[in-house]
Design a protein around this ligand. Structure first.
Ligand SMILES: Cc1cc2nc3c(=O)[nH]c(=O)nc-3n(C[C@H](O)[C@H](O)[C@H](O)COP(=O)(O)OP(=O)(O)OC[C@H]3O[C@@H](n4cnc5c(N)ncnc54)[C@H](O)[C@@H]3O)c2cc1C
Length: 292
């Protein structure tokens, strides 16, 4: 085993990743850690760098499909209190990267701060949402982000703001190793009104997701104003399946894994859909979900 002197209490070997992913399948992480303080996180990163161990960050796992038997890396999960705290400072909500997006939204609603309501129903963490610039057709988290605190690959803490922060459709300029915290500048509004808007959006969003969405992943990004869903439907792929992996009937851009399904079934179906859509429409769909 690699040397994690002083951090043995937070590092585990061969940790199964299935419980952390939305398809509840996949391999193990060679190393896995849940640091409890920022100092532990920095020490861990420095030790990984010194030993040539690559580092991957896992948020809520809603945009990751673990396809490898062994993810040969240190997988870091920011689940402890030090990485999930949220507080309010004037019109800004300051949320740690490991906090759940739903908690950020409920804090904003409770405090009468409007802006993030359209993100209601999107699963995952604040860091995952910042990294992927999570959002809907009209709005995304980047529009409300004033600053982001990150940890660089050398273990240095830095703040990205102004023109160091760029957001595009499902992309951000945040390529540093760890997203530690986001600062969201919102608009003051009656808290009852913000809560109502959040609830309405939540209902709309859930109506567009597969029922029991905890067993599904969103496969592809929309393409130049055309939804991935309509491209998949036009290619005649509604109801397509491979083994126990199938496309959701109502939302064919979501892949579901039924009982007994394997990650191989999921990857095969994803590749099949991508190839068929390209063959039928000439559009090379870009994957939204990240494959490890
Ligand atoms: C049912 C369902 C519905 C969805 N609907 C939407 C939607 O409407 N709109 C939308 O935009 N997306 C949607 N998604 C995709 C997904 O929920 C978002 O991309 C979400 O923001 C990912 O957050 P996460 O915490 O789960 O990130 P993860 O899946 O864990 O990770 C995503 C990326 O972020 C990186 N990451 C995570 N934490 C950190 C950190 N602390 N520091 C640095 N990098 C980090 C990971 O390494 C990875 O590259 C949906 C997914 C599902 C399963």
């Amino acid at each position: 085993m690699a040397e994690f002197s002083g951090l043995e209490h937070i590092v585990r070997e061969n940790e199964p990743l299935a419980p952390y992913g939305w398809l509840r399948t996949g391999g193990v992480a060679r190393y896995f850690a849940e640091p409890t303080t920022e100092d532990e996180l920095v020490s861990l990163i420095v030790l990984c760098k010194a030993q040539g161990i690559s580092v991957k960050l896992l948020g809520g796992g809603s945009n990751i499909l673990v396809a490898s038997d062994i993810v040969d890396a240190m997988v870091i999960h920011l689940s402890s209190a030090a990485f999930t705290e949220i507080h309010v400072d004037g019109n800004c909500v300051v949320a740690k990267g490991g906090a759940k997006l739903v908690q950020l939204l409920s804090t904003a609603a409770r405090e009468g701060l409007s802006g993030l309501e359209s993100l209601a129903g999107i699963p995952g963490t604040v860091a995952g949402a910042l990294k992927t610039n999570a959002g809907t057709h009209n709005d995304d988290i980047g529009q409300w982000t004033r600053a982001v605190k990150v940890l660089t690959r050398d273990g240095e803490v830095a703040v990205r703001e102004g023109d160091q922060l760029r957001f595009a459709y499902r992309e951000s300029s945040l390529n540093e190793l760890v997203i530690l915290e986001g600062v969201f500048e919102l608009k003051a509004m009656d808290s009852v009104e913000v809560t109502k808007r959040t609830q309405t959006q939540w209902i709309l969003c859930k109506g567009q997701q597969p029922r029991g969405a905890a067993g599904a992943i969103c496969m592809f990004r929309d393409h130049g104003g055309v939804t991935a869903k309509s491209l998949i439907e036009s290619a005649g792929l509604k109801g397509a399946a491979m083994g126990a992996a199938s496309l959701n009937d109502a939302c064919p851009n979501y892949l579901e894994l039924n009982e007994g399904g394997s990650v191989e079934n999921a990857v095969a179906l994803l590749n099949h859909v991508q190839a068929e859509v390209e063959a039928q429409s000439g559009v090379a769909l870009v994957r939204q979900v990240e494959i490890w």
